[in-house]
Structure formats: C-alpha cells, structure tokens
Design a protein around this ligand. Structure first.
Ligand SMILES: O=c1[nH]c(=O)c2nc[nH]c2[nH]1
Ligand SMILES: [Zn+2]
Length: 453
C-alpha cells in the first residue's frame, strides 16, 4: 500500500468495524471497533484497536485513508464450513423427500448420480452448487461428487475457479444391487481413486484437496474399505463417509460385518477412522463408538435437515460435545433440501429444542454454540483449523461481510441500541444471502462474483 512499510509483511487490505467470531473458550466473541489487516498472501496479519489506526498504519505501512470502514449495522464473521454436502445431488434439491434413506438412495439418488458420466451435465450442476454455496456464505465445503473420476476432478476445478476452499471426494462404491449400472468393481474403485488423487494433487490448487470417500459400509466390500484405508494412510489424506444415520442401516451393517464390534469398528479396522476423518450423521452411535471417535480424533458432521427430512433420527449434539468429539454442521444436500448453512444452523437449534421437548432436563444448544459449530467447529471437524474458522492472526481471512440492514433484505426492524450480539442472532435466524454483502476466501473477495462474460 505504501513504500514506508516497516514490517516484513505487505498489507493488502485493512478493515475497520465489528468482528464476531468464536474461540475455544468463548462461543461468541465480539470485537468492536477493531482494525484487521490482511497480507498479500490472504492471511490475517494483525488485529488492533480502531483507535490505534495511526500507530498501526505506521507499523504495518498502510494508508489510514485506504481502510475499509464497515457501517453501523455491519459486521464481519468467519466464513461458514459445510462439513458434508453432495454436490451431485444438487440437481434434485428440494424434492424427493418422501422415502427412508435406503429406498431414497435406490429410487432417487443412484439414478441421478449415474448421470455424471456426462461432463456437461456435471459442469452445469457443479457450477450452480459452488456459486450457490459461496453466495450463501460457505467458504469451505466438504463435497461428495460421484463415482466418476473426470466429473469429480471437474468439481475441484470449478471450486478452484470460483475461489472456494474445498475437499472433494470421488465416491467409491462396489456394492449396489438395485442400480447395478451405478457401481464400480473393487479394482476400478481403487485405481480410479488413485488416479483422482494424483491428478488433483498435480493441479496444485491452493485451496482444493482430494478426500478419500467410501460412500458407506453398505456400499463397500471389506476389500474396498481396506484399499481405501491404505490409500488414505499412505498419502495422509482426509477421509469422509456416512455412519449410523438410520437404525435400519445400523442393523444391516451388523449383519454384513458380523465380526466387528460396531459400525465404527468397521471403519476403524480398515484404517478409515483417523484425525482427518469426518463421518456424516452418527445419529445412532453408542457411547463406546463415540469414545473411539474421540480416541482417534475423528469427527461428526451433524446434518439436521437431512435427518428430519428423511426421518432418519435426531443427533444428540450435546452428547457428542460432552464426549469431546469434534463436531461440525452439514447441509447434506439433497437429503437435506437446503444448500444454506444458515438453514443448518436453524435446523440444529430446532433438533436441540425437539430433544428438549422430549426431555425438559436436556441442555439445549444455544445460538452462540451453534454459531461456533458452523464456523470454528466445522474447521476443526475438517482438520483445517490451522487455516480457517476464526479471526486469529496467521489464519487465512475467510470472512463474510454481513449487513443486517441491507435495503430490501429480510430483516425489517433493527431497534435503536441493538448491539452486535443481537444483530448476529437476527442474522442467524432471519437472514439470508441478501445480508451477505461480500464473501472472502484466503483474503480474496469471491462474492459478488466477477462477471467474466
Ligand atoms: O444422507 C445420505 N446421503 C447419501 O447420499 C448417502 N449415501 C449413503 N448414505 C447416505 N446418506
Ligand atoms: Zn450424505
């Protein structure tokens, strides 16, 4: 910004105003009238008091006049982390919610996912899902694609092109008797997973990484699970799958894998339960299984919209937290009908309140805790908290500029004197993408989109 830079770091942008985020100790920490500097690498270089603008501008070498000042009803919050979303199911989001999980997969999901052999079909849906989730404030997404390697690589390319931080998984499944044209042989799944990983790593995307993705124990043979565990271990990769979503699924896993202690043990014994593993749902996990999660550092993606929409169960998030298992939120499109993490926040609160209706002694989650799950919690669940999740010096600047009073937006009334905590609560409960004026990932503004045509 100026040539009189006294620090070794070059500052690209400085913002002044209210910053709202979570820490390990505080679910919602409000930082009023702060200056936050972002360096040319997109990392948070400093956070200081707004009063210190002159001394900070000298120390860091930026022009005080170049500071971007937030408005009275605006704040920055960390970008949200969707820890579980099926990009390939976005084409039928909002429909097909009338069957339980296993029938739903056979009737709706597998026939649609089979279409991603067609790269133009894939390009259309994947472009829409990346744009929609970014607009909704999802700065990090952990995606399931389909079994098709080239289409899965295309999803990675699209996320990279739009500047979203993403884990992308080519789905692996060698067992599927209902839609036999949508499955792989164990060898194909193994070889294509290796190809997917090596081709994606070759791209050297700064923010997009491959994730090993066995669909779930019911669609993978033990041999395939073993291969995938080896691949993940040898390449230090993330792993994602589903676990204990419905009681019927748990019963079938027991029948199919009788020699294992539990559903969790099936993944564990195949090297698929690590500190880089995220398992969706977990509604019916036992205390012993949660202990194994904790021991291994594996995490749970809570997907409340999907759990209610498919009548799968209600995750007791408080129990997961009490076990000190890492917990994030997921939209689980399209079992969950909404691609918005704000919806995931609301459905998490609804589920917690439904559990409280059943047991008035239940310790309901607070909106502050759920805000943390949607941001810092998600980054921890994906083992990306070194890079994102809150406003800590050294982390990437992944942020939403929220304007609660945007003209034509969904929040009509802001009463005099309402502080940032109330504005955050209103945004979480009433807000939508109209309130998300700007989205930043690793310091780069990615919303509004830059039109290229
Ligand atoms: O919600 C879900 N969506 C899926 O696509 C899926 N596959 C296995 N288990 C699943 N659960
Ligand atoms: Zn899922």
């Amino acid at each position: 910004m100026t040539s009189s830079n006294k620090s070794a770091v070059d500052i690209a942008h400085v913002y002044r105003g209210t910053f709202v985020h979570s820490t390990d100790h505080t679910a919602v920490e409000i930082l009023e009238d702060r200056l936050l500097g972002v360096d040319t690498e997109g990392k948070i270089a400093f956070i200081g008091s707004g009063q210190e603008v002159d001394s900070l501008s000298q120390k860091w070498g930026f022009e005080a006049l170049a500071v971007t000042q937030l408005g009275q009803y605006e704040f920055f919050m960390p970008g949200m982390v969707d820890t579980h979303i099926h990009a390939s199911q976005y084409s039928y989001a909002g429909t097909a919610l009338d069957l339980p999980l296993l029938q739903w997969l056979n009737t709706y999901t597998f026939p649609v996912e089979a279409c991603y052999k067609d790269l133009e079909f894939a390009r259309n849906v994947y472009t829409h899902v990346v744009k929609r989730t970014l607009r909704n404030g999802t700065t990090t997404a952990c995606y399931f694609a389909t079994i098709h390697t080239d289409a899965s690589l295309l999803l990675g390319q699209i996320a990279n092109d739009f500047g979203q931080r993403a884990l992308v998984g080519k789905v692996c499944m060698d067992t599927n008797n209902f839609v036999p044209h949508y499955r792989e042989t164990p060898d194909e799944s193994h070889d294509e997973t290796n190809r997917f990983i090596s081709e994606m790593l070759k791209k050297k995307y700064p923010l997009v990484m491959p994730v090993v993705t066995p669909r779930f124990a019911l669609s993978c043979s033990a041999a395939l699970l073993g291969h995938l565990g080896e691949i993940a271990k040898n390449n230090h990769l993330h792993i994602q799958s589903h676990i204990s979503e419905t009681k019927e699924e748990v019963k079938l896993v027991k029948e199919l894998f009788p020699d294992y202690d539990s559903y969790t043990d099936v993944y564990h014994k195949h090297n698929l339960l690590t500190d880089k593993t995220v398992m969706a749902h977990g509604c019916h996990l036992t205390d012993e299984e949660l202990k194994l999660f904790r021991e291994k550092g594996a995490s749970v993606a809570h997907c409340p919209n999907s759990n209610i929409s498919l009548c799968s169960g209600m995750l007791d998030a408080r129990r997961v937290l009490n076990h000190k298992v890492k917990l994030g939120l997921g939209t689980d499109v399209a079992g969950g009908y909404s691609p918005s993490m704000l919806d995931a926040v609301r459905r998490t609160l609804d589920t917690s309140k439904a559990l409280t209706i059943q047991d008035p002694q239940y310790q309901t989650l607070t909106f502050e805790e759920v805000f943390r799950l949607a941001t810092l919690g998600g980054s921890q669940a994906l083992s990306l908290d070194e890079h994102t999740g809150n406003f800590q010096v050294g982390k990437d600047f992944d942020a939403l500029r929220v304007n609660t009073a945007i003209a034509g937006g969904p929040i009509d009334l802001i009463n005099h004197g309402e502080g940032p905590k109330v504005l955050l609560e209103k945004f979480l409960n009433l807000g939508d993408d109209r309130n998300i004026a700007e989205v930043y990932v690793a310091g780069k503004r990615v919303v509004p989109f830059v039109e290229t045509t």
